[in-house]
Ligand binder design. Structure first.
Ligand code: C3B
Length: 823
């Protein structure tokens, strides 16, 4: 067919072209005169101007891929935490400065326009943000890829802090429209639930099963273009929205059951209404399971449809699609692909199973036992009677194999079964994912090792060749270039800009650490970033912080295993030292926290309250005299995070060793020149290896020490009794010192520490406080600190998501780049 012509017109990326397109969108898309255009009109017009450029590249991408014998990566994820599109797309297109110029000419402040964008908060935290970084890298590496997920009408809640407590407000990201997506009302799928199955014989006399579902909904595709950095590859994020199928309204209308029809509509649309705001552990609700199946089924049907367009034979499907399961949330895909191939396409079991295993890869993101998804068999079979049968059959064949390998080892059979029968009956989604995938990976070296030794030990023994590590990475485009333009310019002045695609080249900065003038510049940039954050903190909390103080920051979801409260214990210790000795010599510090707590996670919410209460007391105490400030930054999201990472001097990565699978915030901080205080957990281990032990503040038990201490019976009270400072700290909380004398308020927290301390804060407190003392000393030597800071940025290349994606492409997906030409 003839190449699509879409040059000229809106594809024109010259300054004049962009200006003309922008004006057209103000008139013809927003329907406004410039003189009455609102802030949102201007934002929308800019967004459409940029989107036109994306669509131009998207069409070229599709056009040049069509008919090629290529392989597409399909990233299945219940969460994509994308963050604002506009600025990122300007950077990837390379027209940031042009657009700044146009805004100036037209007489408005581009920052105000950027601020107008509501970010799509379609994820909780690390896992969803990782998926977004991976989409950026896939496109930047010119790899054909589709992200598949859910178009939640309400994303992660907005967080407000009232009287020190977290208050959740519903997210309304679609309220003013979403210029980045294209609704595809013609791309739909049917997804069914419930009912029963029945056997029948097909026309060749073969035994078949058909599923007679109880109800069916419709999935509608919404597409968002994902452009790579300075390339023409524009991939696709396809999110599914649930709607009622039309026939319902008709049938009900005919029998006069109008309300029934409306009910059905509401019921159907419910499926993609809201993101579950729990990260680990996920919530075991029926609707959540429906969401998972809904998007997985739509996505697989869509892949088969696309595949058939190319005329491929089904037994070769895995040569053209590599599907990655982002945690177990989409693990039902294993059973669904089997159902589609066997029941719908008429394939025999063995070839279908072969295709399935070759197609899927599974990434595990957590070792927390309570976060491993298990669904009650009754609930599961009620919703998916056919999938239940398929899972039993997969399990039967799988356990036969286990028995062949380990005859008589029924304990092993019970441990490995897809069905947990150790008390109630549950479908184990991680086991389904392992059995149905050819590749299984963890997200940091330590995590992958612990997976093999512990959580998935039996699976590793059986099929070691399936296992590998793929250490997480983050995109330097959003988290350095976009978030930290000052540092980007400084680095570009020294080593050019090729590091943005090849961050290993940041190593060229190492010699600059010895250059006093460069260090001076480095500090100047950091100070500017801190002033910027100080301004935002003032606007949002009313708290004044001093940019000359050390910015010590912990931002991430609130979780006991992440130990924000260990940080608080240390703050109280410093405060206690000042109270006992008002002339105590402390390097002035500003402690900044941020992060959301799952709405039903009582302890996490109490920790937020504690942070704010300690802040209220400390910030106001004249004895402190500005040496300590404590701030809780409300509503941490991708948009706000951009003020935070570039402004940090110290990054807190203090989870109990063995609990944080990888962490990715640790990478964002260090790239921006923060030093890390951290445990040997997750990717911290590798960050320390890269930046050098002398440029990293290490403390705490190792994962092995944590396990043996647990095994031998951990008694927090012993640590408590041995440490007078810890006693004073806990006593201040327990006595109501931070709660107007209310001894009840924080009692649950205090008791949990004193009697259980599941995450071993007391065991690590001494070492943490000591190392914080070393941080204090180190910060006084500003030249040395700056040197360490520069070396951190210079040596973080490994943690680019481009590196991670290259590894996935080579080891798991076996896919190659497909460069796209514009003309
Ligand atoms: C997170 C883990 O907690 C992090 O350690 C990890 O860096 C990221 O995933 C990305 O791999 N995680 C999450 O955010 N939600 C889950 N349900 C499980 C893990």
């Amino acid at each position: 067919s003839e190449p699509v012509s879409c040059t000229g017109g809106r594809a024109d990326m010259s300054l004049d072209g962009l200006r003309r397109t922008f004006r057209e969108h103000v008139f013809y898309t927003q329907g406004r005169f410039p003189s009455v255009a609102t802030r949102n009109d201007l934002y929308m017009a800019f967004a459409y101007t940029v989107r036109d450029q994306l669509l131009h590249r998207w069409i070229k991408t599709v056009e040049q891929m069509a008919g090629k014998d290529l392989k597409i990566v399909s990233y299945l994820s219940a969460e994509f935490l994308l963050g604002p599109h506009l600025e990122n797309n300007l950077i990837n297109l390379g027209i940031y400065d042009d657009v700044l110029g146009i805004a100036k000419e037209e007489g408005f402040d581009i920052q105000v326009i950027f601020d107008q964008e509501e970010e799509p908060g379609l994820g909780n935290g690390g896992l969803g943000r990782l998926a977004a970084c991976y989409l950026d890298s896939l496109a930047s590496l010119e790899v054909p890829a589709i992200g598949y997920g859910i178009r939640y009408e309400f994303g992660i809640f907005d967080q407000e802090i009232r009287d020190g407590w977290q208050v959740e407000r519903t997210d309304q990201w679609l309220r003013l429209g979403n210029p980045w997506e294209l609704a595809r009302p013609e791309i739909t799928c049917r997804v069914s639930f419930g009912g029963r199955t029945e056997p029948y014989q097909d026309d060749r006399g073969r035994y078949r099963v058909r599923w007679i579902p109880h109800r069916t909904v419709k999935g509608v595709a919404y597409d968002t273009p994902i452009l790579g950095y300075r390339v023409n590859t524009c991939n696709l994020l396809r999110l599914w929205k649930a709607e009622a199928i039309e026939s319902f309204e008709f049938e009900a209308f005919n029998v006069g059951d109008y309300y029934g029809a409306v009910d059905e509509k509401i019921y159907s649309e419910n499926i993609t209404k809201v993101l579950y705001p729990n990260d680990e552990p996920v919530q075991g609700k029926q609707l959540r399971l429906e969401q998972q199946y809904f998007f997985v089924s739509c996505s697989l049907q869509d892949m088969l449809r696309i595949y058939k367009l190319g005329g491929g034979k089904l037994d070769r499907f895995s040569r053209h699609f590599a599907i990655q399961l982002n945690d177990t949330h989409p693990a039902l895909g294993v059973a669904e692909l089997m159902r589609l191939l066997v029941d719908e396409e008429g394939m025999d079991w063995e070839p279908a199973w072969d295709v399935t295993c070759k197609t899927f890869g599974y990434t595990n993101h957590t070792l927390l036992p309570e976060a491993l998804e298990k669904w009650p068999v009754e609930l599961f079979a009620g919703l998916f009677p056919r999938h239940m049968e398929i899972i039993y059959e997969i399990n039967r064949r799988f356990l036969d194999e286990v028995r062949r390998r380990w005859p008589g080892d029924e304990a092993r059979v019970a441990r490995m079964s897809l069905i947990d029968e150790s008390g109630g009956r549950f479908v184990r989604m991680a086991h389904l994912a392992c059995v149905g995938s050819h590749a299984i990976n963890g997200v940091a070296e330590l995590h992958s090792r612990l997976l093999k030794e512990d959580v998935l030990r039996d699976f590793h023994e059986m099929t070691p060749e399936k296992f590998s590590n793929k250490t997480n990475g983050v995109t330097p485009r959003r988290f350095l270039v976009l978030a930290n333009p000052g540092l980007t310019r400084l680095i570009e002045g020294k080593i050019g800009d090729t590091w943005i695609r090849r961050p290993e080249e940041l190593r060229k900065l190492e010699p600059c650490a010895d250059d006093p003038a460069f260090r001076e510049e480095w500090r100047r940039v950091k100070l500017e970033n801190k002033k910027n954050l100080a301004r935002v903190i003032r606007e949002r909390t009313g708290i004044e912080v001093d940019p000359a103080s050390m910015f010590d920051i912990q931002v991430k979801r609130l979780h006991e295993y992440k130990r924000q409260h260990l940080n608080v214990l240390h703050i109280i210790a410093l405060y206690d030292r000042i109270k006992r000795n008002p002339s105590y010599d402390l390097c002035p510090r500003t402690f900044i926290f941020g992060g959301k707590a799952a709405p039903g996670y009582f302890m996490a919410k109490l920790i937020i309250k504690l942070i704010n209460s300690v802040g209220d007391t400390v910030n106001r105490d004249p004895d402190v005299n500005g040496r300590l400030k404590v701030v809780f930054f409300p509503d941490l999201n991708v948009k706000n995070a951009k003020f935070i990472y570039p402004a940090a001097d110290l990054s807190e990565q203090i989870s109990t060793a063995g609990k944080e699978a990888s962490g990715t915030g640790n990478m964002k901080f260090s790239m921006n020149g923060a030093l890390t205080i951290g445990t040997l957990d997750g990717a911290n281990v590798e960050i320390r290896e890269e930046v050098g032990a002398e440029n990293f503040f290490l403390f705490g038990l190792t994962a092995e020490e944590v396990y043996s201490l647990k095994r031998d019976g951990y008694r927090p009270m012993e640590y408590f009794q041995a440490n007078p400072e810890l006693q004073r700290v806990v006593e201040r909380i327990a006595s109501g010192y931070f709660s107007n004398g209310d001894r009840e308020l924080f009692k649950p927290l205090v008791d949990a520490l004193m009697f259980h301390d599941t995450f071993m804060l007391f065991a690590d407190f001494g070492s943490y406080a000591d190392v914080q003392g070393r941080v204090d000393e180190a910060y006084r030597d500003r030249e040395h600190w700056t040197r360490m800071s520069i070396l951190n940025s210079a040596r973080m290349g490994k943690f680019s998501s481009d590196r991670a994606i290259r590894e996935y492409c080579e080891d798991i997906w076996k896919v190659k780049p497909v460069p796209i030409l514009l003309e």
